[in-house]
Design a binder for this molecule. Structure first.
Ligand SMILES: Cc1cc2nc3c(=O)[nH]c(=O)nc-3n(C[C@H](O)[C@H](O)[C@H](O)COP(=O)(O)O)c2cc1C
Length: 227
């Protein structure tokens, strides 16, 4: 019987950027997706679609992305993630997350090549045995992103519960055109992000990263409580 509480599972989940090569079965990944799909969504629309890749199809996508990055293909911004300009308090959080990752990897502050090398690992799905491309119908409003996010966090928790690791890859959306072409995706779908999935490599330095969260009062305001 499982004894991990949801609070413990959620607190211990972290983004995994180093994987063991062990393949995952279709049934194992499908079980996680079934759990993810229990997430609620507005009007139960259940928007979004996952294209789950392993072995040759994953390698083919990675080759296409590698070639695009090699030739310096300009990024395609299909939707905005960050505010522009970024407010200082968010910039500070972004910088802290980046510094935690680079420190764990031993990439020094001015080591531009080291940073580029790590960034490129996004486009190899961090060498995970499974790579997932997440799409959303272009006709969906911002609420569709919300629905999708609910399902993706449920997916991440289900993976953690099964002893697997995962990492969102927003960087994939920067080369949405390459992904579209490589996977022959319908034009009606927007590439939202990727997900790396596999068994975490406990020895990989990237997996030593621990991120912090802003204090509760920065996030939640309580009104009308007696305690
Ligand atoms: C939708 C989404 C997209 C993400 N995209 C990337 C990415 O492109 N590259 C990366 O290294 N991490 C990516 N991450 C991981 C975040 O950096 C990470 O969740 C955050 O720093 C908090 O760390 P934790 O997941 O270990 O708690 C992404 C996470 C999410 C949820």
């Amino acid at each position: 019987m499982r004894v991990t509480s949801l609070a413990t599972l959620a607190a211990n989940r972290r983004s995994v950027r180093g994987y063991l090569p062990d393949p995952l079965s279709r049934a194992a990944v499908a079980a996680l997706i079934e759990t993810a799909r229990t997430a609620p969504s507005g009007a139960n629309l259940q928007p979004g679609r996952l294209v789950v890749l392993t072995a040759r199809p994953l390698a083919a996508l990675i080759e296409a992305l590698d070639a695009a990055v090699d030739e310096g293909r300009a990024p395609v911004q299909e939707y905005n993630w960050f505010p522009d300009p970024m407010p200082p308090h968010l910039k500070a959080r972004q910088r802290a997350a980046g510094q935690a990752l680079y420190a764990a990897l031993g990439v020094e502050r001015g080591d531009h090549l080291g940073r580029v090398a790590q960034f490129r690992r996004n486009y190899r799905f961090f060498d995970a045995p499974v790579g997932i491309v997440v799409t959303l119908d272009r006709a969906m409003g911002p609420g569709g992103f919300l629905d999708l996010g609910m399902a993706l966090q449920t997916f991440a928790l289900a993976a953690a519960d099964a002893g697997l690791g995962s990492c969102g890859i927003g960087a994939l959306a920067r080369h949405a055109d390459v992904v579209h072409q490589a996977l022959a995706l319908p034009k009606t779908e927007m590439v939202i992000c990727g997900i790396a999935l596999g068994r975490p490599d406990p020895a990989h330095p990237a997996n030593a990263v621990r991120t912090a969260r802003a204090p509760l009062p920065d996030y939640a305001e309580f009104r009308g409580f007696d305690d």
